[in-house]
Design a protein around this ligand. Structure first.
Ligand code: GLC
Length: 425
């Protein structure tokens, strides 16, 4: 008798705990996978907690690898099992074609608000007629520079890669002579992963060397401008860029620049708010500009950015969609821009005075955000990662001196043609 009573009491206690934990009898627990580069994870927790409080539900935030390529592999594994381990996925701008079949259409939940977001991103996130991801923030490659050092050496912000190379070398050498033996001219992301595809694509596109595969599906990488762009970057290794860059991701480059040991850095907007923090060595010493032009080419910034998608295996799709709509709302996008310099996807926010005060570059460089270079993910669909992988490996071999740029682009052209369907992707 006593035993039975105890068992019942334990059962009731457990039930009460579950209710208490969830807030109300109808409450649910959602799981969201968020990025963790820089301040992302903490900010995501803050944002979802606000929604949980407002709606009386619980949200568990699951962190994912910093490396976008590793993250894709993790997501593919989770989604292909068809389980409901994660309800809301934060997906890269290049993944709708790869993962789209696993997500629900968000249009029935959006009330048409996607029209307020950048149309090219909405189009990018539309897969087989379904809106598989609500745009959350956009990224574009930017040039960060040390204002104080440029003015000390009376140099202008570089317009071309040649100007950047010369300025980086001059300042690096002079600063080393003056006592900072750790100073480097230019840091960026050169590890063999998706981030390197973005860097190398920017160089190639800046020399008018195209975007690997054109919008109609023809492989274009084997051209002299592309080879020149890659050969030029190879010349930076060991001269203005540390050899270790061949293993750098975003946070490695930021670490060096933020500790005062680089003149220039290529990175995404998120770096801005961290560089401006009180504990940053370079606070108030940094400017942001468009990436330099290649020869008589143009400034080319890779289009990056992240979307929120709801798994079709989720048992709480409606609620998960509500969370997505909340996180991509103007108020939350604005707060994320102010607190952590994530570029909003809602166009009207670029006129918001608070946002522009915290991030002057978002207004100054608005055209950079509008004229980005897209990776060829729409045309290659689910096989984009295979293309990107072949591209970053080829570029990595050139930069590490294992192959000549002209040979690398020619070989990639034939490899990609072989993988295509009769010369077309
Ligand atoms: C940023 C971009 C994303 C890109 C990644 C590469 O997170 O937003 O689009 O794939 O960097 O590292």
């Amino acid at each position: 008798m006593k035993k039975r009573y105890l068992a019942t009491a334990a059962g009731v206690a457990a039930a009460c705990l579950a209710i208490g934990f969830a807030g109300s009898a109808n409450a649910a627990t959602l799981k969201i996978s968020c990025g963790s580069v820089g301040q992302e994870l903490n900010l995501c927790k803050e944002n979802v907690n606000a929604w949980a409080k407002k709606t009386g539900n619980q949200v568990v935030v699951i962190s994912s690898p910093n490396d976008a390529s590793e993250r894709l592999a993790q997501y593919q594994q989770i989604l292909s099992s068809g389980g409901d381990t994660i309800d809301v996925f934060q997906i890269d701008v290049v993944w709708p074609g790869t993962l789209g079949d696993h997500f629900i259409d968000l249009k029935p939940f959006s009330n048409g608000v996607e029209k307020d977001h950048f149309p090219n991103v909405v189009a990018n996130n539309t897969y087989k007629g379904k809106l598989v991801g609500m745009p959350w923030y956009i990224d574009a490659g930017l040039l960060y520079y040390r204002k104080d050092l440029l003015s000390k050496y009376q140099l202008n912000v570089p317009n071309s890669w040649d100007e950047l190379t010369a300025a980086a070398k001059k300042i690096q050498d002079a600063e080393r002579t003056a006592g900072n033996g750790k100073m480097w001219g230019y840091v960026w992301q050169g590890r063999a992963y998706e981030g390197f595809t973005c860097n190398a694509l920017e160089w190639v596109a800046s020399y008018n060397g195209g975007a690997i595969i054109d919008a109609k599906g023809a492989v274009t990488i084997n051209n002299p401008a592309a080879a020149k762009a890659l050969q030029n970057a190879a010349g930076w290794i060991g001269t203005i860029t540390p050899a270790g860059v061949l293993n750098y991701q975003e946070e490695d480059a930021r670490g060096i620049f933020q500790s005062g040991n680089a003149v220039f850095m290529r990175n995404w907007p998120y770096a801005w708010s961290l560089l401006q923090k009180d504990d940053s060595t370079v606070k108030n010493k940094v400017g942001v500009a468009p990436l330099p032009k290649g020869g008589d080419g143009r400034s080319a910034a890779a289009l990056g950015g992240w979307q929120l998608a709801v798994s079709k295996y989720s048992k709480n799709q409606k609620l998960a969609a509500d969370l997505v709509m909340y996180l991509t709302s103007p108020a939350v996008e604005k707060q994320r821009a102010i607190d952590a310099s994530f570029n909003p996807t809602i166009m009207s926010l670029y006129k918001d005075p608070d946002l522009l005060k915290a991030n002057p570059f978002m207004g100054d460089l608005y055209s950079t955000f509008q004229n980005t270079v897209a990776r060829p993910s729409t045309v290659t669909g689910e096989r984009y990662n295979q293309v990107s992988n072949a591209f970053w490996n080829m570029a990595h071999e050139i930069l590490s001196g294992k192959q000549k740029a002209s040979d690398g682009v020619a070989k990639l052209q034939s490899d990609l043609n072989r993988l295509s369907r009769g010369g077309h992707w």
